[in-house]
Ligand binder design. Structure first.
Ligand code: SF4
Length: 207
């Protein structure tokens, strides 16, 4: 599967719909499954991986082996959810009546939790709506979920702070650094870290 070329990417970026942090927008999920079928494009943090692995009752190593594509860019490891041969997320299921479901919904990655809101730049943050989603502009007005956005920003910064510390500060190979960061997060979750509490996460709001 080939990704978008530069022109397509520029054209898509120019169509993103800006939203003020704390502002309102219209969205209704049509359960089309489109956002879960675009290839391996959901980036993950160690917090996402540990939450999903615990939800599925498997180790983070097994989760990594089965569901994650790791890319090393500029010595930093990045994780993406893998898709099947048609580019559909491996966690996308279909009910007998055709309605699409996420198998890991309570523990789904932060990017999925926020979709169709896209958070670009961490400081200052910029929010956009993805024009590809057919539900954008439909349904009732809703406010951007500020607490969820803040949690997402904290997780991304913390994820890359940890990876950078291990790779740049302590000299680990990228993959070894990723494994160490995952093990560290796993132990934190075992000891009751707030970020691993799925009920708390659900309470931060949704899109
Ligand atoms: S994890 Fe769930 S919500 Fe996210 S892309 Fe996969 S099926 Fe969709």
């Amino acid at each position: 599967m080939s990704g978008p070329n530069l022109e397509e990417l520029e054209e898509y970026t120019s169509r993103l719909i800006p939203v003020e942090p704390g502002g309102v927008f219209r969205f209704r999920c049509t359960r089309c499954g489109g956002c879960c079928s675009g290839g391996p494009n959901v980036s993950l943090t160690v917090f996402d991986v540990v939450r999903m692995a615990r939800f599925l009752r498997i180790s983070w190593r097994d989760f990594l082996r089965g569901y994650v594509k790791v890319i090393i860019a500029d010595i930093i490891p990045h994780m993406l959810l893998r898709g099947d041969e048609r580019g559909r997320c491996l966690f996308l299921a279909e009910r007998h009546d055709g309605v699409k479901l996420c198998v890991v919904y309570p523990a789904r990655p932060m990017r999925c939790r926020l979709y169709p809101l896209l958070v670009e730049g961490l400081m200052p943050r910029r929010l956009y709506l993805d024009p590809k989603s057919p539900g954008v502009g439909q349904g009732p007005e809703r406010r951007t979920p500020s607490r969820l956005v803040e949690q997402y920003i904290w997780e991304r910064r913390e994820h890359y702070r940890r990876i950078n510390r291990l790779v740049v500060g302590e000299g680990y190979e990228p993959l070894e650094a990723l494994y160490r960061a995952l093990e560290e997060a796993w132990l934190e979750a075992e000891h009751g870290a707030e970020w691993a509490d799925l009920d708390r996460l659900a309470g931060l709001g949704t899109v």
